[in-house]
Ligand binder design. Structure first.
Ligand code: COA
Length: 264
């Protein structure tokens, strides 16, 4: 296990297996929800991984019963400035995944929801365990996605399925995500990490130069298509986060009750 330098409790672990770095979100008691500290650890580990010459490919997985259930909702009880900083921290993590020259494979199981779905969508390939629930449930908390789901989905599944996912906030299974082209393969849960590592090993055998170039073509082109939309998404997220409905939705989640929407 490679240590971090922060000295804080570690929420992300990192081990190397023959040229493949396996990065694991490790906050299982909260289903790996992304708090500020988790994002800081993830950023630190991904920066180390992207610099490490021994690492040719990366796998991201989650410890416990799910991959990741998105932003830690309690972050949205803070003031707007802190919420903006939190969103931008997440954007840095997701951008690093997309711009690092090394390929990244997500190994998802259990849940990949909200920012957890967006984390997977920032990886180059997604291997999912059978029965994994994926989706963008932010609407059920009175907020909207803020880390790229609207744009990635528009580019992947088109406006109608994007609306179904984002407006209804329903979860879909890995099997449906495979049909829609959002994940690459679905395997039994006990195989998901090995399968993701096997895919990463195949990638690690390619020319690092050509691989980084191919990844760059795809992600830079996608970014060209989505950059205006990503800014619309961020600014709209911040507007919505400042409403009473957002405060109520977040509070209701934390109090484990149904929200009462007031439309303002
Ligand atoms: N933020 C903060 N806490 C979260 C969380 C999140 N995104 N996702 C899960 N947790 C916490 C739960 O509050 C619970 O904490 P507690 O044990 O202190 O009460 C713990 O993780 C386990 O989750 P729980 O809800 O008890 O598990 P479950 O199997 O009953 O339900 C989910 C699983 C995924 C359906 C449910 O946790 C959920 O809806 N999470 C939020 C998903 C979401 O809306 N993400 C977008 C956030 S913007």
């Amino acid at each position: 296990m490679v240590p971090t330098t922060s000295g804080r409790p570690r929420y992300v672990t990192y081990e190397k297996r023959d040229g493949v770095a396996v990065v694991t979100l490790n906050r299982p008691e909260k289903l790996n929800a992304l708090s500020r500290e988790v994002l800081e650890d993830l950023l630190e580990v991904l920066e180390a991984v992207s610099r490490d010459p021994e690492v040719r490919a990366v796998v991201i997985a989650g410890a416990g019963r799910g991959f990741c259930t998105g932003a830690d909702v309690s972050e949205f009880t803070k003031d707007l400035r802190e919420i903006g900083e939190f969103i931008d921290l997440g954007r840095r993590v997701f951008e690093l995944l997309e711009t690092m020259g090394k390929p990244v494979v997500a190994a998802v199981h259990g849940f990949a929801l909200g920012g957890g779905f967006e984390l997977a969508l920032s990886c180059d390939l997604i291997v999912a365990a059978e029965g994994t629930q994926l989706g963008s449930p932010e609407i059920n908390l009175g907020i909207v996605p803020g880390w790229g789901a609207t744009q990635k989905l528009l580019a992947t599944v088109g406006p109608y399925k994007t609306r179904e996912l984002v407006l209804l906030g329903d979860r879909i299974t890995a099997e449906e995500a495979l049909r829609l082209g959002i994940v690459n393969r679905v395997v039994p849960v006990d195989r998901v990490l090995d399968e993701a590592v096997a895919v990463a090993r195949r990638l690690a055998e390619k020319s690092p130069v050509a691989l980084a170039a191919a990844k760059g073509i795809i992600n830079r082109s996608l970014r060209t298509l989505t950059s205006a939309g990503l800014e619309i998404e961020r600014s709209t997220f911040m507007e919505v986060a400042s409403t009473e409905d957002a405060r109520e939705g977040v509070r209701a989640f934390l109090e484990k009750r149904k929200p009462q929407w007031r439309g303002k």
